[in-house]
Ligand binder design. Sequence first.
Ligand code: UP6
Length: 274
Amino acid sequence: KSQLTYAARASSHPNPLARRLFQVAEAKKSNVTVSADVTTTAELLDLADRLGPYIAVIKTHIDILSDFSEATITGLKTLAEKHNFLIFEDRKFIDIGNTVQKQYHQGTLRISEWSHIINCSVLPGEGIVEALAQTAQAPDFPYGSDRGLLILAEMTSKGSLATGAYTSASVDYARKYPSFVLGFVATRALGEVESEVAKKEDEDFVVFTTGVNLESKGDKLGQQYQTPQSAIGRGADFIIAGRGIYTAADPVEAAKKYQQQGWEAYLARVGGSQ
Ligand code: UP6
């Protein structure tokens, strides 16, 4: 796990989107990603506007909206600018290269147009990372270096099979495509995981950790939670909280609480040096 400050990582990271991510965290003193798993555009945009000041990233599941339209895209983009947060569509691409290219850059949801960060599973093998990188790094791709990929290296659900060789392969592919892969969705830093690809000295993958909740240990469908302190102690750079925030009696107060606790845990990890 990184002992460096977000400011230090923002100034030294080779990937422009990773730099921007760390700059946002530093500027807003927030490492919170809210998982805005609501099912209408009005609710999504309302949450994004109210929680915007306290978060670094909004994570969407755009395919759970019952009324996705141009207004969803315009609204999200406008609020991302207004509040200086990035957008992460949690689509979890998992198919052959030819299919994920179309799911990402074409189709109804037009994910490439509005989502800075996407993620994929490496179950299909290295080709999925290669395919998404190829699309996002094509000379005629309009969003250039403003797009990046997280590899879903572990999962928080009970009995997850995203372990062992799967997690190792996630690290291998991240190291092979460092100009597009920002890092991982994982429950811990993965720098020490066994990998076939040698670790570069200045490697600095970003870790997003889902399953963060202050009130609950899990749900009835196998979700398993940890606290912001625990996640950040294990190496999370960004904590992702969904129901812990958006189903709270007061989501704004909840977001502030996760922001404060996430930031204190980060300061403790980097030695309280700022
Ligand atoms: N998510 C997980 N675990 C994973 C990967 N992704 O929970 O291993 C996603 C879920 C949901 C969010 O799809 O959007 O993170 C967690 O929401 P919650 O905080 O309400 O449980």
